[in-house]
Design a protein. Sequence first.
Length: 244
Amino acid sequence: MRYFLTLIISIAAALSVQAQDTVAIAKAINIFRRVQAKSQQQPVSFEVNYTYSNESTPGTLLDSLKGKIEISGENYRSTLDNTETIRNAKYSIVLFKEDKLMYLAANSKSASPADPLETLNTLLKGATNSTFRTEKRNTIINVSFPAGGNCKQLSITIDTVSQRLLSMQYILKTTLLMGEEMKNEVPEGYEEYAQVKASFYNYKDIPVNSSRFDEKAFFYKDGDAFKVTPEYEDYNIFVGTPGL
């Protein structure tokens, strides 16, 4: 599916329902906060694999996507398929490699929606019920959402020894994965609800290296105009924040 990447960006906003203050959900959020703190204390890289299927046939994959993510404090960098995202304290930069397009925007103080840890936090706040079970060193959290909503279920697996997020599995409306021109309809062969699984693996602690997230490697400002660096001379710049 061409617009598979929109899952990462759209899902947090789509599930912004009011959470009920239950003990189980509070416990889930506390576990997540420990996982999040781990990544903030030590820069880390990991690989990610997304798979997509219809809800009724989870064993038949319709699409998949692999990539790599790096997190260092407030800095974030990910490569997914032919799209690379770089986020630092000042800018969000998205490289669309097939189209040779560099998208620039001022970075808001809110968390990046592409960060799976922040997406998880938003999802848990929108839950109505959670259950837990333990399998060896892993904790599995199953989260339920209001009936008829954009998401039915979310399952989260966390390695409670290493404090690493291992996987998230959603059952959500297929239209959330579509582009603007198709967001109100489900293509033939696709069901109303999809199962999407994100697996996170090959975690590695990495040294602090701010140059990996420095906007000067990608563009510079000449007067009021933004210009690409020599490495990206075949890219066009699109500025997404007016007056940037």
